[in-house]
Design a protein around this ligand. Structure first.
Ligand code: NAI
Ligand code: PYR
Ligand code: MG
Length: 609
């Protein structure tokens, strides 16, 4: 029977979850090859006024800092105080400028003192994720050339062809575990932002550090600048990227190939996450590299995992057994890398549940793109969308290219899921039509980012589709007050719940798993789906609070690790070999993953020439 039983300790109390995480290993002494001001200017090692006197002596810092030593806790409180006064002082100002001001204050800390930065990020993840990640990161990318002060990560451009193998050695860290790579061609739902898209790998990797405890000295955000087709940017005198149209075809692929070879040569075990590539390259690069390198595409695979967890949660919320998933009618609006990734994974899961009757389950899934319902009548159909095209005789009363409202009215779907990047496309009429859904608890997922690109807001969803819906959105919204003490719960259906755990089980722990398989992804999705208690699910809470993201990551990571063991891919990590991994119980695996998470504390610095 198909059931959700992969997570080891779903019922652990919230407080236990926190303390469990915080007992993670404390780093030992840290070797540093610099002295004096070079250390103060290096955010990896800098402790600002927190350097103890003995360390100031050892590292040539005496006299370079005010005499008083301030503790980490005091530094933390001081930062939080300035953040809170910024919030207070900007009340009533336009939302965008306040968000950017918040991003700037966090970014300055990031540039100065990473230990303190990650500590405040971990402890305040719910408040800060919307600043360093969606939605504010979208605004940052749109304004990146103007906001730019200091570089972060690496930039490889079309002009670097033939040089990448040597350039990769310019990165100062000896070891890199995790790379997030973009070419800036589809940044959230904001389109082609060229080199300015670097904000996305930076934000995603911040989530890796905060949520998965990846060591920030072992991460690398990368921009592959192959030009941009964004005319406004090309004409902007401040634009920091190559001022040329995007490379296409073999020219484009040869740049990505060269980068992948360079990375693999220097760090053969590094995982490369492809992020926000336009659809044609998202699919092409995934096919091209997934068997050769340890890589995945977050928009296709991470999103699919988190959406599948949401869909399974919806079935539970309806009070149905999971086997009822096969009876759900699912309408996906948006046939890009994310929408197709979700449908592929949902159909795979459904087929297994229905005894591999793929045809039967496909009939219950409907796909729309900018030209409406995709049917076999469609001219020039995208090959990736073709398997989901409907035969007109199977969708009686609907036409090729039918609009979302026509489709929803006719089909009365159980689930309406948006990954179109088009803000407001689930308008009043569409949402009201969802009241006639065949489900008593229909689900509406408005997954596009950032907030202004969401297919609908949470408030509109509950207002027009009714209080019984289950709601998820890619960017955060406040819960909705439904009156009479009732709350419309907002789930953040974002791949941030999946990718950190997905990678930690593979990268940090196994280190020897050379490829990422669908089975591992499936394990991650099932684990996330099983995380919530029935009581929470009944309230429409499909995903855990982001406050407990490290615990979720540990669970998801452990599930992926066990899946890798089952698939005979685990080669072990450090002094823990595959045999030992195999013999760990589920809770032991979770604890093992947690122990391997980096946690920000000031380590004693030891100078070595
Ligand atoms: N919540 C999450 O975790 C994630 C959200 N996303 C969001 O999903 C959106 C789409 O991402 P991708 O699939 O990678 O983009 P994409 O560019 O590959 O695909 C967009 C799709 O939307 C369709 N579309 C455009 N206008 C439409 C309209 N008016 N009606 C119906 N469909 C329309 C296009 O035809 C295309 O099929 C973005 O906003 C992105 O931020 C993407 C990945 C993860
Ligand atoms: C969340 C994400 O990966 C996106 O919107 O592209
Ligand atoms: Mg993305």
């Amino acid at each position: 029977m198909w059931r959700l039983a992969r997570c080891a300790s779903s019922n652990l109390s919230r407080s236990l979850r926190r303390s469990f995480i915080y007992t993670a290993a404390i780093p030992g002494p840290c070797i540093v090859h610099k002295r004096g001001t070079d250390i103060l200017h290096d955010p990896w090692f800098n402790k600002d006024t927190g350097f103890p006197l003995t360390e100031r002596d050892r590292l040539g810092l005496r006299g370079l800092l005010p005499p008083r030593v301030i503790s980490f806790e005091q530094q933390y409180d001081r930062f939080m105080e300035s953040y809170r006064s910024l919030e207070k002082n900007t009340q009533g100002q336009p939302h965008g400028s306040v968000s950017l001001a918040k991003w700037r204050i966090l970014n300055r800390l990031h540039d100065r003192n990473e230990t303190l930065y990650y500590r405040v990020l971990i402890d305040n993840i719910k408040d800060f994720a919307p600043i360093i990640y969606t939605p504010t990161v979208g605004l940052v990318c749109q304004n990146y050339s103007g906001l730019f002060r200091r570089p972060r990560g690496m930039y490889f451009s079309a002009r670097d062809k033939g040089e990448m193998m040597s350039m990769i050695y310019n990165w100062p860290a000896q070891q890199v575990d995790m790379i997030v790579l973009t070419d800036g061609s589809r940044i959230l739902g904001l389109g082609d932002l060229g080199v300015q898209g670097i904000g996305i790998p930076i934000g995603k990797l911040d989530i890796y550090v905060a949520a998965a405890g990846i060591n920030p000295q072992r991460i690398l955000p990368v921009m592959l600048d192959v030009g941009t087709n964004n005319q406004k940017l090309l004409e902007d005198p401040l634009y920091l990227g190559l001022r040329q149209p995007r490379l296409e075809g073999e020219e484009y692929l040869s740049i990505v190939d060269e980068f992948m070879e360079a990375v693999h040569t220097r760090w053969p075990k590094a995982i490369v996450q492809f992020e926000d590539f336009q659809m044609k390259w998202a699919f092409e690069t995934l096919q091209r590299y997934r068997k050769r390198f340890c890589m995945f595409n977050d928009d296709i695979q991470g999103t699919a995992g988190v959406a599948l967890a949401g869909l399974l949660g919806t079935v539970r919320a309806q009070g149905q057994p999971l086997s009822d998933f096969v009876n759900q009618k699912i309408v996906v609006v948006g046939a890009g890398s994310a929408g197709l990734g979700v449908l592929n994974m949902a159909i795979e899961a459904l087929s297994r549940m229905s005894g591999n009757n793929e045809m039967a389950v496909k009939n219950k899934c409907y796909l729309l793109d900018k030209d409406g319902l995709i049917t076999k009548e469609r001219k020039n159909i995208d090959p990736a969308a073709a398997p989901f095209a409907k035969d007109l005789k199977d969708v009686e009363g609907l036409r090729e290219g039918a609009s979302p409202i026509e489709v929803v009215k006719k089909l009365k779907p159980h689930v309406l899921l948006g990954l179109s990047g088009v803000g407001g496309i689930f308008n009043e009429e569409v949402l009201k039509a969802m009241r006639e859904s065949d489900s008593t608890k229909p689900a509406i997922f408005s997954m596009s980012n950032p907030t202004m690109n969401a297919e609908c807001t949470a408030a509109d969803a509950f207002k027009y589709a009714g209080p019984n819906i289950v709601f998820g959105s890619g960017s955060p919204f406040e819960d909705v007050d439904l009156g009479n003490g009732k709350v419309g719960h907002v789930n953040q259906a974002n791949n941030m719940y999946l990718f950190p755990g997905f990678v930690i089980g593979l990268g940090t722990l196994l280190s020897g798993a050379h490829i990422i398989t669908d089975g591992m992804l499936q394990a991650a999705a099932e684990c996330l789906a099983s995380y919530m208690t029935d009581e929470e699910i009944q309230k429409g809470i499909l995903y855990p609070s982001i406050d407990s993201i490290r615990h979720i990551t540990a669970e998801v990571g452990a599930a992926v690790l066990r899946a890798a063991i089952e698939e005979d891919l685990a080669e072990g990590h450090g002094d823990v070999g595959p045999r030992e991994l195999k013999h760990m119980s589920k809770p032991e695996t979770v604890a093992y993953v947690s122990r391997n998470m980096w946690f920000p504390v000031y380590s004693p610095l030891v100078h070595e020439k």
